[in-house]
Structure formats: C-alpha cells, structure tokens
Design a binder for this molecule. Structure first.
Ligand SMILES: [Fe+2]
Length: 195
C-alpha cells in the first residue's frame, strides 16, 4: 500500500481513496492490485506477466500501451548508481511511466505546476501511471530493490528529458516503510543517497 507525503504542508496520506484522489489531480492513475493467489514476487518474468495479464490487458486498452516487460533492480546490478542517477533529477518523459510493483519499493516525487511537490512511495501491489510530460524524479528505498512490470507504447519514449531544475535536491528521498501503516512505532528509511 502506498504512502503519499506532502513535505511543504507537513501532511502524510495513507488512505487509498484519499491518495487516489490526490494523484488524480495530476492525472496519475493509482491502483492497488490484489497479489494474493498470484505468482510469487520471485517468479520468472514470463510467469509474472501471465499472472497479471487481465490487469495488463485492461491498462493496455485504457492507455494504448502495446508492450510490457519486467524490470529487476537489486544492489548487485552492475552500474546501479549510474542508472539511478539518470532518474533522481527532475525530468519528464514523452510517454507515460507505468509501473506495477511486484517486489521492493521506491519513491516518486511529483512536481505539479500548480500545487506543492509530493512524494508517493510505492511497493508490492501498487500500480502507478505518471503521465507523459509530468515533472518528477525517482529514488529507490534503502534496500535498493525493486521489481516492476512496465508498460510502453514506445520504449524510446521513456528516455528522461531533464528540466535542468535542482528542485530535487531540496527534498529528502525518505521511505516511510510498511511499519508506518501499522501505526505505533515506525522507522523512516532514507532512500538512496546520491553524490
Ligand atoms: Fe521518470
């Protein structure tokens, strides 16, 4: 289940419907797909795509996506930091950034034109679509692990177009972690710190 933070207003949103409504103002789709009874998060890419085929087909029809794949990011990936550094600065894409999180977690910061920056932390079961042209940046959480289904119209459209803004450096890439949702004690995890 996702967590949405609005640092400039010192607000944290945790209710699915409230998060969905907030994201909708930016044209972002947010869904939480049931993962019970599906293949495990460590299944093969083909098994994962087959397991979530009904939802993928629905999204394809809705967004005009034509291909899907599964991206695996772990701390062992060669050149991981260089890869992360491509996406942790404010940028846009020529096409939607659609991700369904199978394993791990990450934080998208969204920079609306007419509202404060907010951070949406996504994890297993979360589907998010950051529309083409939306200013945003992305960080992994401290475990440096994420596995996600990606949907594309054209893979070339996913190349980042940088705004050259330094706004991202003004926001701490923090991950609240699942314990936050359980209430009581929780620990805020720093996301990946980059040079
Ligand atoms: Fe992006």
């Amino acid at each position: 289940m996702a967590i949405l933070r609005i640092p400039d207003e010192d607000r944290v949103l945790t209710e699915v419907e409230v998060i969905r409504d907030h994201l909708a103002k930016s044209g972002i789709w947010y869904e939480n797909w049931p993962v019970e009874g599906r293949c495990g998060p460590d299944a093969s890419a083909d098994e994962i795509l087959a397991s979530y085929a009904p939802e993928i087909q629905e999204l394809n029809a809705r967004g005009g996506y034509i291909t899907a794949d599964v991206i695996d990011v772990t701390p062992e990936v060669p050149g991981l930091q260089a890869m992360l550094d491509r996406f942790n600065k404010e940028h846009t894409h020529a096409e939607d950034e659609v991700r369904f999180i199978v394993k791990g977690s990450g934080v998208f910061h969204i920079h609306p034109d007419d509202a404060p920056v907010y951070a949406i932390e996504v994890r297993e079961g979360d589907l998010i679509n950051v529309p083409a042209g939306t200013k945003h940046w992305f960080d992994l959480c401290a475990d440096r692990c994420i596995r996600a289904i990606r949907l594309f119209r054209e893979k070339a459209g996913w190349t980042p177009v940088y705004t050259e803004s330094t706004i991202a450096s003004g926001y701490q890439p923090l991950c609240m972690g699942p314990s936050y949702l359980r209430g009581n004690t929780f620990r805020i995890q720093p996301a990946i710190t980059v040079a």
